[in-house]
Design a protein around this ligand. Sequence first.
Ligand code: ADP
Ligand code: MG
Length: 894
Amino acid sequence: MYDVQTPHATPSADVIAALATDAAAGLGRAEAAKRLAQYGPNALHRAEPVRLWAIFLRQFRSAVVLLLVAVAGLSIVFGDTPEAIAVVAVILINALIGFFTELSAVRSMEALHRLSTVSARVRRDGALAEIDSTELVPGDVVELEAGDLIAADLRLLSAHKLACDESALTGESAPVSKRSEALPVLTTLAERTNMAYKGTAISRGSGAAVVVGTAMQTELGAITQLVSEAKDEQTPLEKRLDALGRHLVWVILGVAALVAGLGIARGKDMVQMIETGIALAVASIPEGLPIVTTIALSRGILRMARRNAVVRRLSSVETLGSANVIFSDKTGTLTENRMTVTRLDSEAGGAVRGAGGAWTIEAPAHEAIAEALRVAVLCNNASVSGGAGQPWKTIGDSLEGALLLAAVENGVDPFDMRRNFPEVREEPFSSDTKLMATFHSSENGAGGPLYVAVKGAPEAVLPICTEALGGEGSHRIEESGRALWLVRNAEIAAEGIRVIALAFKRVRQEDAHPYSDLTFVGLVGMIDPPREDVRASIEACAEAGIRVIMVTGDQAPTARYVARAVGIVNEMDAPVVTGSELRPPEQLSAQEADEMRRVNIFARVSPQQKLDLIALHQAQGAIVAMTGDGINDAPALKKADIGVAMGQRGTQVACEVADVVLKDDAFHTIIVAIQEGRVIYGNIRKFVIYLLSCNIAEIMVILVASLLDWPLPILPLQILFLNLVTDVFPALALGMGEGDASVMRRPPRPAGEALLPGRYWWRILVYAAYIAGATLAASSLAHGPLGISRDASVTMSFMTLAVAQVLHVFNMRDRGAPFLNNAVTRNPYVWGAIALCAAMLAAAVYVPALQSVLQTTALTGTQWLIVFGISAAPVVLDLSARGLRRASGSLRPR
Ligand code: ADP
Ligand code: MG
């Protein structure tokens, strides 16, 4: 066991030695694997092993099984042993089907859990590797940067402007600065500034640290109980389905009692009537609904993950389907985030980059351009590699990478530059100030003046500049000079070019304030092409009734240019509101709020202001999706109905609070998620409608036959056979459907709409009436004109009902979808389910053992023809009803 008792009081070198690791190279892979086996995975919960027998036993804990046991008991009491055996068989088959569906649900849920893991960057065998944070072991050396979640207890080895948000552990909300020096033994947890604890997050800076404790051997572990995997909470949808089921049970028990009472009062066979009542009750309890829902949800989510949208919460699937406003940021989502510097502008003249990458510099500007490149390279956290025949590659922020490349293209060696000007302090970039500064000990050596390099948004940099660098050194710059530069900035930005300003100064003290008395050097212009597929996605949104609003930290002219390029707006002069004009909704008059809501471009927006934008639209009942990537975006991602984080550019903190993570950062993937959200919800609605209409049809058949005092068209065991053996498969298949493109040609589902609004209940009743009508027709035909035996008659009506139910899946196509080519007919599971049902129905009629239990006989060819003819009626009726609706719809004036 590698254990350090008081790591905070031990010098880091000794911690490294005690853990038998290496600060620079990390652990070896083999050693790490050995320790993982020894210490176990780094997780606070234990994944509950799936116990197969427990799942199997669970299948017997339902009202349905109790009712069936009652039927079996009744049969034995009245001496009908074969029937009792048959019922027991039905119970077993039902349990088996339930077992396999639930197992499939459990497996899909496990796959979902594997999707949403936190990763860690560790040094292994001397190289940087990205691993799942559950694989961290004591002795691992991890690299940290702003936005990372800390997954184990760490002793810091180096810290660069590092600060942690430890509120989760200590309740302290202000970030705690971190360093690596050893502390006194008695230092309290909250003051151990050389440790970083599991469950906290890095709010700024960077550093490296060694893992001293994992899983339960962490401070967080000490205050948490070892919990088994948190139970997946029910989604609102599943809760509503449960409620639906519970309501139905009462209605149905009433009907079942009525049927049984009526029959007995009329002097029918009492046992058969009680059994019929029970069979009806069993038939109609929609016990399959919750599990089919889980499968539909989890399968859909896995399908989304394959298309780069990782859903972190099951319940967001529902919300996705009703999203009607998307706030999207610009850089990297609407654009490629592949920036190239195209121009530099200074008082002394400019430099432009030709198509081939060669630069032309106006002669008097050489000095100023050199200074600009120095600021660009120094005030920069990206790194560059390549050269000597290799293509240049940059790592880090793409804007900063572009600056490095521009320097390289102009013959500046970033390595030399950084060696000659070692950095002593950094003010990291903040999207609130839109400024960044670095302090460097300069060419005059230590003790001499410090060089301060500043870059940021032009309207943030210019006001803090008092001088400007021209052809012959620097000169004072007044308000008018600054204004001229702002005009220049606007001109460049209007061409869709991203502009940042560069400035510098020399100071004596390291703790000097960076953002005052600067010398303005110039403007840098860079292009970032819009993503190829964005225009099509935005058109798709318009068709789907979803509004797309751009919200960016960039300036108004650039924002408007890109918005036009991708089709968010079409006019040259589309209104743009900037962050400074934004106010919380409660401070706006109703009219002002309406005006704000019409705006499609918001520029210079700070992460905090995103909250106001969300509130503004939510106040009107909109379902808002908001993108975000930074630590500061977390509140907005939480407040939005759907928080969308960027998987590549985004910080772990943003990903953690988001509902959806885009693995490829692409806008298109948001649309994919919304489309799949709609498909999944549609699928759930379809199989609920399907199951309910089948069950209600059975009730209608029995109810009508009892009221009219007809012989029963289906017998109790046949009802059980249909419900517990055949109906499930088409329903499951409907739940797996992939939907079709038409889902994105409809407006979003209204938020808060019931799973089945009134019109759907109406459809269910009409479908049930079609199916029941067909069954009763077959029954009366068989009993009347055909004059065949009782068993043959019942077999005919039983088969009519069964086949009509199977064919009924084809009625589950979307409105307006063609009859032959739609999401149902293209769903291979549907055809599989139909084949399975056909085989089972054939067995019910032809296998002798089943014949005697279900009281069926083999049908003749003519009888089968009649069965198929009549059972196709519901499909034909539905087809004609749709045709009529379309015809009357097209006659209606527009
Ligand atoms: P976006 O919405 O385009 O991602 P950001 O919030 O990232 O906008 O940036 C806002 C503005 O801050 C940019 O337009 C630019 O002027 C400035 N900026 C962005 N990144 C940096 C950086 N690394 N250093 C200095 N300034 C930056
Ligand atoms: Mg950004």
